[in-house]
Design a protein around this ligand. Structure first.
Ligand code: KQY
Length: 365
């Protein structure tokens, strides 16, 4: 059932931390040849590796278009339910539902507007109408009521919640004119508080260097590892443009407190060496007018922070890079009770995001 007359906060609901127990994880099957090279065949393999790995720890719901449904069904992946959902692309973190709970066993969902990361101003493709229906479909599959907030454009990758009243986001993304040009920063902050049941919003200035597809989503640069404690994508090399962005974020975080008044503890996760698109990778992507080009030599927004927390594991993108091991070790020390599951994720990165962007948790209410 659609709820249009109140907000989660008014009704006592809030967005739990991704670290809280999940009921399951949703994913969306990659398909479009103007984003995924070679008609998405290589991406399908990595998406399946991600799905199979998560499915060792919690159920996965793989959403697939009618055209690709038989292919996904035939894979017969254990603990993976295959449901038909028409879509425009595979980024369920962004177009999917954001679930909220009340702490007394009830769950609802948020159905925000989705406009392909900027609509007609600087969006990545047109149309996006089917992506825009995914959140409501997820809420219906999960049999929960959902808040209809379609006039507020918000992607799941642009927010993190600590489940204790604090939301992390970036100014670069949420203040970009392609999202909500008629809302002030204060009005956007109030929407976040109302729909995510939060008290305080922490605004990092910028996201990762070259995260142009999303205008600097938070989920590529910073993520909670506990209330009051975050990992931050870091670059030591002061000549690399990433350094300034990371330093700005660090300065901001160290000058702030969270909703409970805690100082923020910051753990650095050094980014991999610059990852650029090869000629073969660029040529494998169909060129279609009005979609985002993938040019040879372009730097990709590679970051270990775009990992996914599932019930017993961290699903971590790695890049066959000298910094991979440090990321694995740091996360293992932060999560001694979880299994770190590294997955070579270049193919997802080539599509413009990473493992966090292709997953969406449903909390256990
Ligand atoms: O990173 C994400 N959350 C989505 C990236 C979209 C890229 C589309 N080409």
């Amino acid at each position: 059932m659609k709820i249009t007359t109140s907000t989660p906060k008014q009704d006592g609901f809030y967005m739990p931390s991704e670290l809280a127990e999940h009921r399951c994880t949703y994913m969306l099957w990659p398909e479009r040849g103007d984003n995924w090279r070679g008609n998405a065949e290589k991406a399908e393999h990595v998406f399946c590796e991600v799905a199979r790995t998560i499915a060792k720890y919690e159920p996965v719901v793989m959403c697939v278009s009618p055209r690709e449904y038989p292919i996904a069904l035939d894979l017969n992946m254990p603990n993976v339910r295959v449901v038909e959902i028409t879509n425009n692309d595979a980024w369920i973190r962004d177009c999917g539902a954001t679930f909220v709970i009340d702490g007394y066993g009830r769950m609802r969902a948020n159905d925000f507007g989705f406009n392909a990361w900027g609509g007609l101003v600087n969006g990545l493709y047109f149309p996006w109408d089917q992506d825009d229906l995914v959140a409501a479909k997820m809420a219906n599959i999960e049999a929960v009521d959902f808040y209809r907030a379609r006039d507020f454009i918000l992607e799941g990758g642009s927010i993190h919640s600590d489940g204790e009243g604090t939301i992390l986001t970036t100014e670069e993304c949420l203040l970009d004119p392609g999202r909500n040009p008629d809302l002030t920063k204060e009005q956007i902050e109030e929407k976040l508080k109302q729909y995510l049941g939060a008290e305080k919003v922490l605004w990092l200035p910028k996201g990762i260097y070259m995260d142009e597809d999303t205008n600097g989503h938070i989920d590529n640069i910073c993520q909670f590892v506990a209330p009051g404690k975050v990992v931050l994508a870091w670059e030591d090399n002061e000549d690399d443009p990433q350094h300034e962005r990371s330093q700005l974020a660090l300065d901001y975080l160290l000058s702030e407190t969270d909703a409970k008044g805690r100082q923020i503890e910051v753990i650095k996760l050094h980014v991999p060496n610059p990852v650029t698109i090869t000629k073969a990778e660029s040529r494998g992507v169909d060129v279609v007018e009005d979609t985002f080009p993938r040019n040879e030599g372009d730097r990709l927004p590679a970051s270990y922070v775009n990992y996914y927390n599932c019930n017993g594991a961290i699903i971590l993108p790695i890049f066959k890079d000298p910094h991979d091991q440090a990321a694995i070790d740091t996360l293992q020390s932060l999560f001694p009770d979880k299994v770190i599951e590294p997955i070579y994720a270049r193919e997802i990165l080539l599509g413009g995001g990473n493992i966090h962007c292709i997953t969406q948790q449903v909390p256990r209410p």
